[in-house]
Structure formats: C-alpha cells, structure tokens
Ligand binder design. Structure first.
Ligand SMILES: O=C(CO)[C@H](O)[C@H](O)COP(=O)(O)O
Length: 225
C-alpha cells in the first residue's frame, strides 16, 4: 500500500475549500473531518458540503466521522462520494455490521479509536476493516500537540495487523508534522493525516511532499513495517 499523506481540510479556509483542496495535488486523499458537537465538542460540516467537495476534486475523499450514531449516517457519506469512511468504535452500536455495509457500498471501512480506547478488545474484528485510525490527539480540534504516548498503541496495532495476515492500513491523526512523523512511522503507521502542518505551510503541496519524503526515509532507514 505504501505511505499515504492525507491533508485535513479542518485546517483549510472553509470559505475557500475549492482553492485549498486544489492546493495539494500531491495528496493521496483529502481528509474530511465531520464533527457533530455531540461525539466531540466541535461542529464542522456534513453531507451537503461533502457532496459539493466531491464535485470539485478527483482526489479520493477520506471521511473521518466524529459523530454519534455512525450506524445511521456513515453509509450516507459513501452515497455523498466518499471512498473511505472512518467511524469511531466508541460511537458505533454494531461496528462489524457497519463495516460490512460500507464495504458492500464500495467504500473502505475504517475503525477509529480515541486516545483512551485500547486496541486489544477489537483484535478479533480488525479483519473486517481496511484501515485502523489511531487518534494522536483528543478528537475535536486541529492544531493540538502530538501525543507520543500513543506510540505503544500504534506498535501493538501494527502487530495485530501483521497477525491478521490482512492488508490493513494504519492511520494516525493529530499533530503530525515533519517533527513527529518519524516517531509514527517507526511505530508502524503508514497513513498520515496532517492539517495545520500542511495548511499552515507557505507551500502546502511542498509540505505534503516533504512529509512523504520524511516517512519514506524513516521507513527505509529502519526497515519498519
Ligand atoms: O481529526 C482531527 C481533529 O479531531 C484532525 O484531523 C487532526 O487534528 C488534524 O489536524 P492537525 O494536523 O492540525 O492536528
């Protein structure tokens, strides 16, 4: 699968989404954070905006649903044009059923975990997912400091993925920058969400390429994964 850099438009200018999405042609996908002010204490965008974005970019859309009742809403984001949908295990009533429904609709299904949620209870259902999303900040806001204390969980998740014998991506989200990406890749992550690092840079696309170069260099130097 290789390294993937997915810029988060949470750090873009919401009045200029079209321009800011076009500013990262080197992105592997555009990461879209949906927050409902219930699962997390912040409110962002919903289905109509995702539908509008879908019409303006050929990039894959990587949805991250930080919402209650994903069982009800996640399939609608596939209909709106998402190629990948992450929902949180803390919020889902029936994560396996929901993952199967998303895959049946043709999307990738991803399981999200907040920092205090351990991976071990979900070891037996990992194979139902295309990707595991480990939060490296408390979800809700961009621009927070990277939680390096999550690296043991990333390592354990990589081991469980290896044990499953499946091709499952391992995404980290929150505080990823040129300074922190090395730790995450050394721990076994291969998909990186970066919001403020990308959109706070003078040249967002150059930052996407730089993050990928950092990750590639760390990967080859340490022979991780
Ligand atoms: O999911 C998120 C917050 O809940 C954001 O995607 C994440 O925080 C990325 O932003 P930054 O790179 O600025 O930390």
């Amino acid at each position: 699968m290789g390294i993937q850099i997915t810029p988060s438009i949470l750090a873009a200018d919401f009045a200029n989404l079209d321009r800011d999405i076009a500013a990262v042609p080197s992105a592997d996908a555009i990461h879209v954070d949906v927050m409902d002010n219930h699962f997390v204490p912040n409110l962002t965008i919903g289905l109509p905006v995702v539908e509008a974005i879908r019409k303006r970019t050929t990039h894959d859309l990587d949805l991250h649903l930080m919402i209650e009742d994903p069982d009800r809403w996640a399939p609608e984001y596939v209909e709106a044009g998402a190629q990948s949908v992450s929902f949180h295990v803390e919020a889902a009533a029936a994560p396996v059923r929901l993952a199967r429904e998303l895959r049946a609709l043709g999307a990738k299904a991803a399981l999200g975990l907040k920092p205090a949620t351990p991976i071990e209870p979900y070891a037996d259902i990992l194979a139902e997912f295309d990707k595991i999303l480990i939060m490296t900040v408390e979800p809700g806001f961009g621009g927070q400091a990277f939680l390096d204390i999550m690296m043991p969980k990333v390592r354990r998740t990589r081991e469980l993925i290896k044990g499953s014998g499946r091709q499952i991506a391992l995404q980290v989200d929150g505080g990823i920058s040129e300074r922190t990406i090395d730790q995450a890749i050394a721990a076994g992550a291969d998909v990186f969400v970066a919001g403020s690092a990308v959109y706070g840079a003078d040249d967002p696309d150059a930052m996407v390429r730089s993050l990928r170069a950092h990750a590639d260099a760390e990967l080859h130097q340490n022979h991780v994964h």
